[in-house]
Design a protein around this ligand. Structure first.
Ligand code: ADP
Ligand code: ZN
Length: 519
């Protein structure tokens, strides 16, 4: 069977060798096992299900939420001489009938189907009349209620297990923390799946983050290093997308806007231009998203913070798919932080969901303030430990200024301990800064020895310390306990005065002595 796989790889696809874990994944699927594949964007996930689906007898079903991508995949496959089709809401009744006819005639080997289509009454039963070789579930992280791509339809895909017993299922995603990984296995009810986790490192992408002073000025300076290149600029709001693209156009740059508020045809037109033209900039909201297959995107710039590390990774992952050097550039400021957390607060979502969003945002913020290798930190977030610094990120190339935060950090840790490890950052900082209010009196925390021992540092500075200690694993913020901060094992040597701690200097903060300290 492996021979067959190699034959297909060479003769149908025209590649000389499998890449990364492709071969092992294909072997597992051929053996009829359920499989979970975590591979970064551009890693080559498609072959992992296409090849075994073609080799095993019967029809391969691919569940995909991305209608645009489905069309692309099917036309690419057709060009390769593979019999593929798709079923989604874009098809007319006639076209649907043609697909159904071709299926009955055995003229289709791979069928792409949108989850909502698959789950329509009768569809599963209808598909049961065919021999099914394999079921692939693409973008499997959409099953996670915590993720930003959650799709309710995905929760029902567990039905595939009973509808097609004995048919191997292969779930694939480019975004997964260990927690999402577990969620995928559980919710899709995969059978003791073999899990293949590829490295998420994208060594050709250079990461850099700057504190926002004058976003546009900083952007222009950055774009000056990108002459002749194509790229994506992400903004949070539609308004900002339009303003930014107009402004770039007025400066003679080939920039186009893209957001969900534009007419469908215009959006499609801009997408086509972006894919075809060189030296073109797409200014977009996150509506410009999954499945953009332009290999030579040289930069992804964020004028606003993404919602999470997962989102950041996915958005920046659209750069450099061709393996050539690419830039992931971002500016962030305090306003972004406030804006985003307010958006989370104001959302109609469940309390528990909002807290989770907040925790994700904090992780991202911590990462923005990272003083050591940004890539190592990014990959650590996804559960990957790397032993050495990358040498290709801003912190490696220009190490940031740090300050000795040992004493303040010890004060903070003591304060967390003395207040019982039950309070969020806000209250702990209030205690340190000696802020008197009703709550303080009620709790009697104004009588603690740690009350008012940190008044010389601003609230902002303390927040920065808290975030950095969180990210360094000295303390822990429990998303299930209203963000209560507790001490971690690592904090002991710091509390005992056995180690020194240096933290990143907040670039846009004024020197402490210029600030009025409120007491
Ligand atoms: P993903 O779905 O993981 O983002 P794709 O399956 O679209 O990635 O593959 C990304 C690119 O890599 C595609 O252009 C694909 O043709 C190419 N590719 C995949 N596998 C191989 C291989 N074994 N050898 C060479 N190129 C490959
Ligand atoms: Zn680095």
């Amino acid at each position: 069977m492996l021979q067959q796989a190699l034959y297909l790889l060479e003769h149908t696809y025209g590649y000389s060798a499998f890449r990364g874990q492709q071969q092992h994944i294909i072997e597992s699927a051929l053996a009829g096992e359920d499989v979970l594949v975590l591979m970064p964007t551009g890693g080559g996930k498609s072959l992992c299900y296409q090849i075994p689906a073609l080799i095993r007898p019967g029809l391969g079903i691919i569940v995909s939420p991305l209608i645009a991508l489905m069309q692309d995949q099917v036309s690419t496959l057709t060009q390769l001489g593979i019999k593929a089709a798709f079923l989604n809401s874009t098809l007319s009744a006639d076209e649907r009938r043609t697909v159904a006819y071709d299926l009955r005639q055995g003229n289709i080997d791979l069928l792409y189907i949108a989850p909502e289509r698959l789950l329509q009454p009768g569809t599963l039963q209808w598909l049961q009349q065919f021999q099914i070789s394999l079921i692939a579930i693409d973008e499997a992280h959409c099953v996670s209620q915590w993720g930003h791509d959650f799709r309710a339809d995905y929760l029902q895909l567990n039905q595939l297990r009973e509808a097609f017993p004995g048919v191997p299922r292969i779930a694939l995603t480019a975004t997964a923390t260990p927690r999402t990984q577990e969620e995928i296995v559980q919710r899709l009810e995969l059978n003791a799946p073999k899990q293949f986790v590829s490295s998420f490192d994208r060594p050709n992408i250079r990461y850099s983050v700057q504190a926002k002073q004058d976003g546009r000025k900083q952007l222009i300076k950055f774009l000056a290093t990108q002459r002749g290149n194509s790229g994506i600029i992400y903004c949070l709001s539609r308004k900002k997308v339009e303003a930014t693209s107009e402004w770039l156009q007025s400066r003679g740059l080939n920039a186009l806007p893209y957001h969900a508020g534009l007419p469908t045809e215009l959006r499609a037109h801009h997408l086509t231009r972006f894919l075809r033209e060189e030296e073109i900039i797409m200014v977009a909201t996150i509506a410009f998203g999954m499945g953009i297959d332009k290999p030579d995107v040289r930069f992804v710039a964020h004028l606003d913070l993404p919602k999470s590390m997962e989102a950041y990774y996915q958005e920046t992952g659209r750069a450099g798919r061709d393996g050539e050097p690419a830039e992931a550039w971002m500016v962030y400021g305090l306003n972004d932080v406030m804006h985003l957390s307010q958006m989370v607060d104001r959302s109609e979502a469940h309390e528990i969901f909002k807290r989770n969003e907040k925790a994700k945002l904090e992780a991202l913020l911590g990462w923005c303030e990272e003083t050591s290798c940004r890539r190592r930190s990014l990959l650590a977030y996804f559960g990957e430990q790397h032993e050495t610094d990358c040498g290709n990120c801003d912190t490696c190339l220009t190490p940031p200024k740090t300050w000795d935060a040992t004493e303040p950090a010890r004060k903070l840790l003591s304060c967390i301990y003395r207040t019982g490890q039950r309070f969020g950052a806000g209250h702990v900082i209030d205690v340190l800064r000696g802020k008197m209010n009703e709550r303080m009196k009620d709790l009697g925390h104004n009588h603690l020895s740690v009350f008012n021992i940190g008044a010389q540092l601003s609230e902002q500075k303390w927040r920065s310390i808290v975030r950095q200690l969180l990210v360094k694993g000295f303390i822990h913020s429990d998303a299930d306990q209203y963000g209560a901060i507790s001490l971690m094992e690592r904090s002991r040597p710091l509390l005992r005065g056995e180690i020194q701690l240096f933290l990143r200097e907040d670039i846009d903060s004024k020197p402490e002595n210029m600030r009025k300290t409120k007491t």
